[in-house]
Write a protein that binds this ligand. Structure first.
Ligand SMILES: Nc1ncnc2[nH]cnc12
Ligand SMILES: [Mn+2]
Length: 541
């Protein structure tokens, strides 16, 4: 089946824009020839999000595709370590199978850190042997972000085995190196780690770039680094984590608009979401050129990036923001990933201490970032139990093992702004235990008791609660983006009425337990200092 497309094309190799005709046969571009003609808009290669965790959208891959293809996304490179932490290889298999129901091209990475560290409990363990097998599959294009960077630097044998497996499979290794610098960064790069998406500061990204790392500039729901890093420039534009409400506004088209706004050259920005990732991960798309798949997007111009048409393998799959494809096959909800909490009682959410006041380490969270810091506060002790101070925005936090081992880690957090009530979630990066933040133990217990029935996100206020169920592993739903976005918005509004000023309170809370990003985190095994890589006592004195 031969097709012909005509229009102004952006040549990602030269940066030039000129009228051309494109001859497509069986989904592959065969001929591109310059022509004369006057056309509206510009034809670009389909957009690639080269680092994203589908699960963060709360949607399954098929629902994620329905939401993103109309925005010009034709391929994603996804690290399925969220569901892998909950239910191992079964979870990865589910993601791969569900992704085959839609035209969006999903390229997965082999999750390198399941569990993310040895300082937490996950629902599964994926060692070097399983990673070797995964890397032999065509759907797997790289070794996923090597988050346990201290183990890489220390040449931990298991970490080195995983790296060797990727090198043997001739597939690149993604990095995750927040605030890493100097000789430690050199050791990390020397091991063959080729990308990083965690830079928050320009000088941090520049140092990595100077050492040959490819820089992924992240502009998603959880972390927004584009404005800070635009001046340094990078190799890829990525989302990392996108909430449904943000996906309604856009995906790579929205990130491209911001990139231009922050001063990145148009052709360079387009290269960062097309040919650059395609070359790095050896994909057959990424340019309007012979031999590449006919994944093509028609936009109005390189400022608005309003997506008019989307082609995947030469088939028109979206037009004027509406999807034109049918999702194939049946929705499946994998049986695993149930929530199994053992030995929960309110006294286990308390921190005991003698006297009537205690100096306590508190995790401070920040709007629009996933890094945290440690702050010290004096808290009252009543009946031998350290109390939160909601009036000073010091709340309690607990991470409860949901895989049946009975662990509970307790701490205090600052920055949520909630005056009375609790939030709880079965999204708690990356082990996805059950995390809960609240102004009292009672509210926290109420939230956990409701949540353990169906997983997802819940907010409990004095007289009512709101529960967004996520039946797929407690992480995702088959619902469409507009329904999920509406429910997530209602939930965020509900939490704002509880006093929170955070734009994505559940996403911010979900990162409190990510033990691979500085500074102070909470695991199901206790309060954890990331840079010192050790558990610390919440009580200073
Ligand atoms: N930035 C990130 N790094 C590691 N794990 C993640 N899971 C979701 N976002 C992540
Ligand atoms: Mn990361």
């Amino acid at each position: 089946m031969i097709k012909l497309l005509k229009g102004n094309i952006l040549n990602v190799f030269t940066g030039d824009i000129y009228p051309a005709e494109i001859i497509i046969e069986d989904g592959i571009i065969k001929i591109v020839r310059k022509i004369k003609g006057d056309f509206d808009g510009i034809l670009l290669p389909g957009f690639i999000d080269s680092h994203t965790h589908i699960e963060s959208s709360l949607m399954t891959p098929s629902s994620f595709a329905e939401a993103t293809i109309p925005h010009g996304t034709t391929a994603v490179i996804s690290d399925p370590h969220e569901i892998a932490n909950v239910m191992g290889l079964e979870g990865i298999e589910f993601m791969i199978e569900d992704s085959k129901r839609v035209p969006l091209k999903f390229f997965f990475t082999a999750p390198s850190c399941v569990p993310a560290t040895e300082f937490e409990t996950a629902g599964a363990r994926i060692g070097a042997n399983k990673i070797k097998n995964l890397l032999e599959r065509d759907e797997i294009v790289a070794l996923g972000e090597m988050m346990d960077f201290p183990s890489v630097i220390a040449e931990n044998p298991e970490a080195i085995r995983k790296i060797k497996a990727a090198k043997k499979a001739c597939k690149p290794i993604d990095g995750h190196a927040p605030l890493l610098s100097g000789d430690d960064l050199c050791k990390y790069v020397e091991k063959g780690i080729s990308t990083d998406h965690e830079s928050v500061y320009a000088e941090e990204a520049l140092e990595k770039k100077e050492l040959g790392m490819k820089i992924m500039i992240r502009e998603g729901s959880s972390a927004k680094n584009l404005q800070e890093l635009a001046s340094i420039g990078g190799d890829f534009l990525v989302s990392d984590d996108m909430e449904p409400g943000d996906l309604i506004e856009g995906h790579m088209d929205a990130i491209l608009r911001k990139a231009i706004e922050y001063g990145i050259d148009e052709a360079e920005a387009v290269r960062m979401v097309t040919i650059n990732p395609a070359e790095h991960y050896s994909l057959d798309c990424g340019a309007i050129a012979p031999g590449r798949s006919a994944d093509i997007v028609l936009v109005d111009n390189l400022k608005n990036f309003t997506v008019k048409k989307v082609f995947i393998n030469g088939e028109l799959v979206a037009k004027d923001g509406e999807k034109l494809f049918k999702t194939m096959g049946e929705k499946r909800t994998p049986p695993q990933g149930k929530i199994r909490i053992k030995g929960l009682k309110s006294s286990r959410l308390e921190i005991q201490a003698p006297g009537d006041r205690a100096r306590v380490r508190v995790i401070k969270v920040f709007e629009g970032q996933i890094i945290t810091s440690e702050s010290v506060h004096e808290l009252p002790i009543i009946d031998g139990i350290i109390q939160p101070l909601p009036e000073d925005d010091i709340l309690k936090a607990s991470v409860i093992d949901r895989y049946g081992h009975g662990n509970i880690g307790n701490g205090f957090v600052k920055g949520f702004g909630i005056k009375e009530g609790a939030l709880a979630s079965t999204i708690a990066h990356d082990s996805h235990n059950l995390i809960v933040v609240g102004t009292s133990t009672n509210y926290m217990m109420e939230a956990v008791e409701i949540l353990r029935t169906g997983g997802g996100l819940i907010a409990v206020a004095p007289d009512e609660y709101m529960h967004l169920k996520l039946p797929v592993a407690g992480l995702m739903s088959h619902e469409r983006v507009n329904i999920l976005a509406c429910k997530a918005r209602q939930l965020n509004d509900f939490v704002a009425d509880m006093g929170s000023s955070l734009s994505n309170p559940f996403m911010t809370m979900s990162f409190l337990s990510l033990l691979v990003i500085p500074q102070l985190r909470l695991s199901d095994k206790g309060l954890f200092n990331v840079e010192e890589r050790r558990f610390v006592d919440p009580i200073l004195s």
